[in-house]
Ligand binder design. Structure first.
Ligand code: SPV
Ligand code: MG
Length: 543
């Protein structure tokens, strides 16, 4: 990306008609940029009006620079400041140009009036113009003070505004051009573009020409193009549009004593967050924030209704069924929070409207009925992080299991229960075959996963335990997981696949997850019997 000074300079010299739009703070500047404009006009009128002060230099120049800092921080496109008269003499101009360079402003426009100036559209003809030589001195001083060669100084000729004719306008423009101005702004308050077009014709491309068609707005843009104008400044519409929006919303709320009617008419709170860049901060927190909050995030798969639980799940998904009076999902979220994991995503599906996520992020797998766990997991791809726990929503477990999972260092880590109870039953799923069986004598032995199967796989021998439905992903593990998921996504039967398929795919792609063996202290809820037993489990173990 070129420097903003260079971008503005190139726009002025592009030989095409270019456009910049007014902005008056960081937010409006960001909106102008993301709309597609190549540059921003930091309008003196708008900068002062947003604070309900007049466009008569009531705002100090340092206050102007303070606002510009927010605007340059919020954007990457050039900003041309409406620098009024330069806020004083040649010396003030020097300091202004140096400061603008420091805060990343690409150029400044100064007008040949006297400080304090007034807006050109309020009795413009009563305003005295600056002495030509004095103004040329200001331009020269500014040019000599710029640290960046590509910084632009636009000289604004107010001769027409002040009631003078074409000759005076041309005389001034010629002098300012000679003093080093990079472009001339010729201003007019007429509703027809006549005087500006006459000027453009006589000026004949001696330097780039800039116009502000606020008053002659009805002129077709092609006319400016044909006149050889370089830059059109749309000078105040961001300010004016928000005034009207604010007036109408304020009136409506005042009249109705309610937000109901306004709600659909205003930006959502989420849109506010987006414009503020909230996402970036969340990502940065994952990277940098240490301390009380764990940097890990969690993804909870909670899309299914639950088989054989029709009566109980008529109004809510399985994860909202209470266990000892508290919904399963709530128990899980509380456990995550206890470990300092506050960035939790719940992927819902069936009756997602009935889910109380307690501040967690909720994403919906709309095709929950015809798809499986991996389809749900794919819905959460945007929330993947390089430190996350993926978990079945119907899992009850003692807190220490999660604590230990977070305590181990492994790019991919699965929790496997090696207790006899888990492998004794023939009809259970998620059987785990590992590189070595659990050897409790060896602390943190390095074991890797070989396979997870739905049923006993006689050819694989005796399973080493049961995967409990918890997976931890860190560092490069995230990329391995994404690639394995991508490989599976192209399969025709993708919608039938569950998390064990993903684990097996990781093994195939030579990124076998490490195994952390545990012994009991968890249960999953697959049927009514489980649910009944779950109450007791939580009373006795659910800490
Ligand atoms: C501004 O936007 O503050 C300008 C342009 O100076 S105008 O208001 O048209 O004079
Ligand atoms: Mg102005």
């Amino acid at each position: 990306m070129r420097a903003r000074t260079t971008q503005l300079k190139n726009m002025l010299a592009s030989g095409r008609l270019e456009f910049i739009l007014e902005a008056h703070n960081g937010l409006s500047a960001r909106i102008v940029e993301e709309t597609g404009f190549k540059g921003i006009w930091a309008s003196g009128l708008a900068l002062s009006a947003q604070h309900a002060v007049r466009d008569n230099n009531e705002l100090s120049w340092t206050q102007v620079v303070g606002q510009l800092e927010f605007m340059t921080d919020a954007t990457g496109i050039p900003i041309l400041l409406d620098g009024d008269t330069g806020y004083g003499d040649f010396n003030n101009m020097r300091r202004l140009v140096r400061k603008l360079g420091q805060v990343g402003v690409a150029g400044v426009c100064i007008e040949d009036k006297l400080f304090p100036k007034a807006n050109s559209f309020i009795h413009g003809e009563r305003q005295a113009l600056e002495d030509i030589q004095t103004f040329c001195g200001k331009i020269q001083a500014g040019k000599d003070s710029q640290a960046d060669d590509d910084f632009s100084i636009v000289a604004r000729v107010e001769a027409f505004i002040a009631g003078w004719g074409l000759d005076e306008a041309l005389k001034r423009a010629e002098a300012y051009h000679g003093a080093g101005a990079d472009a001339i702004l010729i201003h007019s308050k007429h509703s027809q573009p006549g005087e500006v077009l006459d000027f453009a014709k006589e000026w004949a491309g001696r330097s780039p020409l800039v116009i502000v068609p606020t008053k002659y707005y009805a002129t077709p843009t092609e006319v400016f193009e044909q006149a050889g104008i370089s830059l059109v400044i749309w000078a105040n519409h961001m300010l004016r549009t928000c005034i009207e929006a604010m007036q109408s919303t304020a009136a409506n709320i005042h009249e109705t004593h309610s937000l109901v009617e306004s709600e659909g008419q205003v930006a959502t709170v989420e849109e506010v967050f987006r414009l503020q860049g909230a996402e970036e901060l969340l990502a940065a927190e994952r990277r940098y924030a240490r301390g009380h909050s764990h940097t890990a995030t969690a993804i909870v798969l909670a899309a299914s209704r639950g088989q054989g639980m029709d009566e109980l799940t008529r109004e809510r998904p399985k994860v909202m069924l209470p266990v000892a009076g508290v919904p399963m999902l709530r128990r899980q979220i509380d456990k995550f929070k206890k470990q300092g994991i506050n960035d939790i995503t719940v992927v819902a599906g069936y009756r997602h409207d009935a889910i109380d996520v307690q501040g967690a992020d909720i994403l919906v797998n709309e095709n929950w009925e015809s798809s499986g766990e991996l389809a749900s997991l794919s819905c959460a791809l945007i929330n993947f992080s390089d430190d996350m726990v993926i978990i079945y929503g119907d899992l009850l477990f003692r807190s220490y299991l999660l604590h230990n999972l977070l305590d181990w260092e492994a790019e991919l880590l699965v929790v496997v229960d090696s207790s006899e109870l888990s492998t004794a039953l023939g009809n259970i799923n998620d059987l785990a075959y590992c590189s070595t069986p659990d050897n409790r004598a060896m602390y943190q032995q390095k074991v890797t996963l070989k396979q997870v199967t739905a049923k006993l796989a006689p050819e694989a021998g005796q399973p080493d335990g049961r995967w409990i439905g918890m997976l931890r992903v860190t560092g490069a593990g995230e990329q391995h997981l994404r690639s394995a998921l991508e490989t599976l996504q192209v399969r025709e039967d993708f919608n039938t696949l569950g998390l064990p398929h993903l684990l097996n795919q990781l093994v195939v792609e030579e990124h076998p997850p490490q195994v952390q063996y545990v012994n009991g202290h968890w249960m999953d809820i697959n049927n009514l019997d489980d649910l009944e037993r779950a109450g007791t489990f939580e009373y006795t173990q659910g800490v």
